[in-house]
Design a protein around this ligand. Structure first.
Ligand code: PLP
Length: 394
């Protein structure tokens, strides 16, 4: 299998993890030799309620008995889609009431940018240095990592970048700006939490000049930061929200969410202003409904912050230069990339999956399922600490 993986499947890096997966359950992934790994990255912030949560599995099985794909998004009334849209509205503030389902995070970002242009009649997009919004052309255009972009230019015109968490730079947002897109907490920059004043000033500036504010909560949503959505930490809300990753309970689904007034512009002039064949696949919507039901139960999101604090308390070593964390979204920084690489590989060899960031090569990430138990945190931290010690002594 391994040879065929390298021969027939396109590769993304010269050094994939290459664990041959047999099954996954809770916070564990098992390989074909029966080896168990602590998954401390949740498939990159996807499996927030763990792998194969029984409620998600049952919802999928029930939907399999009824229908799979029947028509492209938006034509037929499919109860899993309707239920999910209503449920998303119930966990968001007023003004974020209408969902459009797509297949991935990048697609949600693409559509959100189009929606902002369509609604405002403007073209300029403002984004932030070190941001990450996905890998399609539009999403890459508004991502702030030049190293990942240069080979694919030209990208979208009329995109400006400003510095994250710098209030003075918000003057770059003007009457020409269609949208400002921001991760309320930058994920792939290595977990950067902005100040509340900055987020409030950003909201005010967008309102003042009539620019749409897009929050990309693709990584921060669904309990990851200790709230259902990261926006709740700042007391501000966007005009358009993008979600994916943790929405589907392990199934691929994304959405962009806005008000009825804004969203309705996509259905006329031109009609079919955004379309997708598979968006809101009924099986994925059914899984997402079950996923949100589980997340809303007591004992999951309300325990996230304490679990994050436990990680922070247990992972202590003088070689750690910085520990950035909110909820169970963590970046642990060391002096250089070589140390980080040795730690990620050392942890993997000892059965703990950690991972790199896209735009911060001196930190590694921990984003375990929110359902991880105290004893699982303790066990995993013993292993990580041992690896840090080994790497520091090497
Ligand atoms: N936006 C953010 C903040 C992300 O973290 C990601 C993925 O890591 C994306 C967008 C892109 O999502 P996807 O990989 O589903 O296209």
């Amino acid at each position: 299998m391994k040879n065929d993986f390298f021969k027939f499947q396109a590769q993304t890096t010269p050094f994939p993890l290459a664990i041959e997966v047999e099954k996954a359950e809770g916070i564990f992934i098992y390989d074909t030799s029966g080896r168990r790994y602590y998954d401390l990255v949740s498939g990159i912030a996807v499996c927030n309620i763990g792998h194969r949560h029984p409620r998600v599995i049952t919802a999928i099985q029930n939907q399999l008995e009824k229908y799979l794909h029947v028509m492209p998004y938006g034509e037929m009334i499919q109860s899993p889609q309707v239920k999910l849209a209503k449920m998303i509205s119930s966990i968001l503030p007023d003004g974020l009431d209408v969902s459009y389902f797509v297949n991935s995070g990048a697609e949600a970002v693409e559509a959100a940018l189009k929606l902002a242009k369509r609604f405002t009649g403007r073209t300029e997009i403002v984004s932030f240095h070190k941001s990450y919004h996905g890998n399609t052309h539009g999403a890459l255009s508004v991502s702030g990592n030049e190293e990942k972009k240069f080979a694919f230019r030209p990208l979208l015109p009329d995109v400006r970048f400003v510095t994250f968490n710098e209030e003075e730079e918000l003057n770059a947002i003007t009457e020409k700006t269609a949208a400002v897109i921001i991760e309320p907490i930058q994920g792939d920059a290595g977990v950067r939490v902005p100040g509340q004043n900055f987020m409030r000033a950003l909201r005010s500036r967008c309102t003042e000049v009539g620019a749409m504010l897009i929050f990309d909560e693709i990584q921060t949503g669904f309990g990851r930061t200790g709230k259902m959505f990261a926006m709740e930490h700042f007391g501000v809300q966007p005009d358009i929200l993008t979600i994916a990753k943790g929405l589907g309970g392990g199934m691929p689904i994304g959405a962009f969410v806005s008000s009825d007034e804004v969203m309705s512009t996509l259905s006329h002039h031109p009609m079919l202003g955004h379309i997708t064949t598979f968006g809101g696949h009924p099986v994925n919507c059914a899984a997402a409904v079950a996923n949100i039901e589980v997340l809303r139960e007591p004992g999951i999101i309300d325990e996230v912050e304490a679990k994050g604090q436990l990680f922070e308390k247990l992972l202590q070593h003088p070689a750690i230069v910085d520990f950035r964390r909110i909820g169970l979204m963590m970046a642990i920084e060391f002096k250089d990339f070589d140390t980080v690489e040795a730690i990620v590989k050392g942890c993997l060899a000892k059965g703990v999956i950690t991972f790199w960031f896209l735009s911060n090569n001196v930190s590694f990430r921990l984003q375990p399922p929110l359902t991880i138990s105290t004893s699982e945190i303790e066990e995993a931290c013993v292993i990580i600490n041992a690896v840090i010690l080994e790497c520091d002594n090497a």
